[in-house]
Write a protein that binds this ligand. Structure first.
Ligand SMILES: Nc1nc2c(ncn2[C@@H]2O[C@H](COP(=O)(O)OP(=O)(O)O)[C@@H](O)[C@H]2O)c(=O)[nH]1
Ligand SMILES: [Mg+2]
Length: 355
């Protein structure tokens, strides 16, 4: 996280409630985690925003605060339906979210919706997320909606951590739905699929016999597929595409969880098909709840991220050892010269480092 987006707290501003009352002045005021936590639990969106900034921060002091905050809110988390929205850039994810959320907002006066955008390659796509923010302006003005692009430190693990914790914070703040939009490139889908209860894939009618915007592996991850851009006047082509998709899906029927992924035709621009999406999302939610897979899935995801993070941190900490770079270079040289196999070299290297 860059300095710019780190937490800036000034005495006497609207940040005042978060400042430790015992703070005697100095360059950086102490955070009052208790009051930040209680604001968050009341559903205060500024508090939520600050809390997310805090958990994203890499400053050692913030990390201590963040840990404390997370331990306080974790017991209050878990209440939302977490939905991942995926699909290639341009398929209409942001437009869909805007239309679908507008539909949910109109249907239920008390609904609270959080939208997180995951972007592991922020430099490349900064523009698109900023564009999304303006695109979602109509729902963004609604006090029941919270929109937040997840900051990225360039690596997937960092994005996963911030998103995982941001979801928990949103839930503690009382949000009923947490939508996570991926940028649809690289590994972002895999990360998001392991952070959500339901994975909604957007596709669009293809040209010719090619189905646009579907990667094979992704199709298997999808719990629901929405064929977007089925605008009026294009019904025949849309139906044809939906059928092709549905038959392609027969090949990937998920025996393990007894679910046939439906293909829904929608137009995010014309806002059609939104009620069908709601029906299918609710249906899948009930389906996985019935079989107890819902809870199990979340537990498995937490286990997965624990293992992932362990590996990543271990590597990071080892890398901080003083002779890591020199030793590594030495072993690499031996691999280059064919004096050691890559496997023997790494084995010996780790043994020496741990000694
Ligand atoms: N015709 C049509 N265009 C759409 C529809 N949904 C989105 N778009 C357009 O597709 C483009 C990409 O949409 P966007 O939501 O930014 O896609 P994202 O990159 O997946 O988030 C925009 O120009 C949208 O206006 C739709 O249902 N019909
Ligand atoms: Mg988008």
């Amino acid at each position: 996280m860059s300095k710019k987006s780190a937490l800036h707290i000034n005495k006497g501003t609207s940040d005042a409630p978060y400042i430790n009352p015992k703070w005697k002045g100095g360059s950086r005021p102490e955070l009052d985690i208790e009051s930040l936590c209680s604001l968050l639990l009341k559903g205060d969106s500024t508090g939520l925003s600050k809390a997310i900034t805090l958990i994203e921060s890499l400053a050692p002091k913030d990390k201590v605060h963040a840990r404390k905050l997370m331990s306080m809110i974790l017991p209050k988390s878990g209440g939302a339906h977490r939905v991942g929205i995926s699909g290639v850039p341009g398929v209409g994810k942001s437009t869909f979210l805007e239309s679908y959320c507008a539909y949910l907002l109109a249907k239920d006066a008390n609904v609270k919706i959080a939208i997180l955008a995951v972007d592991p390659s922020s430099e490349l796509t900064k523009g698109s997320i900023l564009g999304d923010k303006t695109r979602m302006e109509s729902i963004g003005k609604d006090t029941r909606v919270f929109i937040r692009p997840t900051a990225s430190n360039g690596h997937l693990g960092g994005v996963a951590k911030s998103t995982y914790e941001a979801v928990a914070l949103c839930e503690a703040a009382g949000y009923h739905y947490v939508f996570i939009e991926t940028v649809g490139v690289g590994q972002s889908e895999t990360v998001v699929s392991k952070l959500v209860d339901t994975f909604l894939l957007l596709a669009m009618p293809g040209t010719g016999d090619e189905l646009q915007g579907i990667k094979k592996g992704i199709m298997e991850m999808a719990d629901i597929i929405a064929l977007n851009k089925c605008d009026s006047g294009r019904e025949a082509a849309a139906r044809q595409n939906a059928m092709e998709l549905q038959s392609a899906l027969q090949l990937v029927t998920r025996i393990k969880d007894d679910w046939q992924t439906p293909v829904i035709q929608i137009s995010s621009i014309e806002r059609t098909g939104m009620e069908l999406i709601k029906e299918e999302l609710d249906k899948y939610y009930r389906h996985s709840n019935l079989k107890g897979r819902f809870k199990l899935n979340r537990i498995k995801q937490s286990e997965y991220w624990f293992e992932q993070s362990l590996g990543e941190l271990l590597f990071e900490k080892l890398g901080e050892k003083k002779d890591w770079n020199q030793k590594k270079a030495d072993f690499l040289e031996k691999v280059r010269n064919n004096a050691l196999t890559p496997f023997e070299a790494s084995d010996q290297f780790i043994e020496e480092i741990l000694d």
